[in-house]
Ligand binder design. Structure first.
Ligand SMILES: N=c1c2ncn([C@@H]3O[C@H](COP(=O)(O)OP(=O)(O)OP(=O)(O)O)[C@@H](O)[C@H]3O)c2ncn1[C@@H]1O[C@H](COP(=O)(O)O)[C@@H](O)[C@H]1O
Length: 117
């Protein structure tokens, strides 16, 4: 069974994807029609709906489909998550900051802190 820890190439791939989505948001679509630009121009609700569809497909794949289907559906979900974040103008750095704050804290302790405040 493969471990979860990624190689450096995933960082490059995700960064390239985020850069491409930013470019599409800024109107740089080369000479091809852009699905990303079309989705972003429809606004956050449409982006959220597409992300929800991909999330359900990923859940179904994890429950009962092949490893390759899970990887493919997860790739779709990550793409649509990035587009949905961009549609709201929320940076991946702000997501990273939220994750970093939780590092080293057990999820059970974090939940207790939340419910006590
Ligand atoms: N990673 C992706 C990616 N993953 C999924 N998709 C698209 O997401 C769509 C989802 O499938 P659906 O069948 O639900 O789409 P649909 O029915 O056409 O969509 P709606 O009409 O419901 O909006 C498909 O059109 C996929 O091609 C993606 N589209 C683009 N990218 C990346 O974004 C880059 C820029 O793409 P463009 O903006 O199209 O140039 C590409 O080079 C890729 O790196």
């Amino acid at each position: 069974m493969a471990k979860l820890t990624p190689t450096d190439s995933l960082y490059k791939t995700l960064t390239h994807l985020a850069e491409t989505i930013d470019e599409r948001a800024n109107g740089n679509t080369s000479d091809q029609p852009s699905y990303t630009a079309k989705l972003l121009s429809a606004g956050p609700s449409k982006c959220a709906k597409k992300m929800g569809e991909e999330a359900i497909e990923t859940v179904l794949a994890i429950a009962s489909e092949s490893d390759q289907e899970v990887a493919d559906e997860t790739a779709d979900l990550l793409y649509h998550l990035f587009v949905a974040l961009r549609s709201r103008g929320i940076s991946l750095d702000s997501v990273g900051e939220s994750l970093a704050k939780r590092q080293g804290m057990s999820g059970i302790v974090e939940k207790q802190n939340r419910t006590n405040s």
